[in-house]
Design a protein around this ligand. Sequence first.
Ligand SMILES: [Zn+2]
Length: 382
Amino acid sequence: MENGAPYGLLLKGGEVIDLASGVHGRYDVAFAGDRVAAIEPNIDASLAEQVRDVAGSMVVPGLIDIHVHACEGIGLSAHPDVVGVGRGATTVVDGGSAGAATFGLVRRVLMESVTRTLEWLCISTVGQIDTSVPECLFIPWMNVEKAVATAQANPDLIVGFKARLSRDAVGSTAMPALKLLLEAGEAAGLPVLVHVGETGEPLGQILDMLRPGDVVSHYLTGKRHGILGVAPLEGNKIIPEAFAARERGVILDVSRGRLNACFPAMQAAVEQGLLPDTLSTDLTKPGAASDPYLGLPMIATHFMSFGVPFENLLPRMTTIPARVLRREELGCLEVGGIGDATVLKFEEGEFTLSDVDGRTRVTDRRLVAVAAVRAGAYLPVA
Ligand SMILES: [Zn+2]
């Protein structure tokens, strides 16, 4: 049927898993325009302009990666669609590559992408422009008023504020930057995201200052002042402040990147009951260039290799990040809802996983993204 077909896209035969509604089973999913139009056991293929056979795969709400670098043209940022739909994530959030002074230009990059791309606005007005620039070292650059005004003028894209608290960004103490960051969060009524690892202060001191809903990226870092103590990987006992932060509703986020998550911390988190609230990749241009597998599915595979079931990881890529971003509609796959979905499958074989410090482990099962559906459009993951 041409033009007259009620559905633009039909995903046929997949295993639908939507945690928000509790739907779990073999269903066809039809999209019309940019919305989900029908989820039924059998939808006639002649009703759709485009039909994709996804038997043997899972169809889940569009994955959400809450920490990437996607302000292409600034520093190490990649294009939003390389780190977003190109890795199976329909929503990504740039982690502070832009500040108040650069957001006007960045807004265009974010708006022009297919991937829904949001922003943690850097508390420093210059933004996180390069790893060699300590953007939060010079106090006058951290202008709370400008950051708040920019967030208030762009509520469709800015979800909160970010600061790198590592010594290369702030110098010997993280406290001035953290205080200003929290001040902006309070004033705008938004959460903040902090980058930890290699901070001047022990991690516990930083965690104790965060509020419910604030995000700690790189909590599995192998660098100094991680969850395993003051030195890099001091024993394997997680500091009590990390459990207290979890208890209080602080969000623990992976943000692996090229430098910021190691297997010993991951293993400790799995064994001692401190799983991440959100899986995220912290992908940048160098990390994104190599392999489409380097997305959320790879982060999930790492946890699966430590025995965490996929069902326990899916909410950490869908419903929980949606809640952190205060956009719960993004974590669902339901009739009438946004037309975003991700098609995932398991591959069996022998796969070598590596952490950022070069440790390796072998696993026999990995998760891969087959395609993203963004606003009703089917986008295969190359
Ligand atoms: Zn980052």
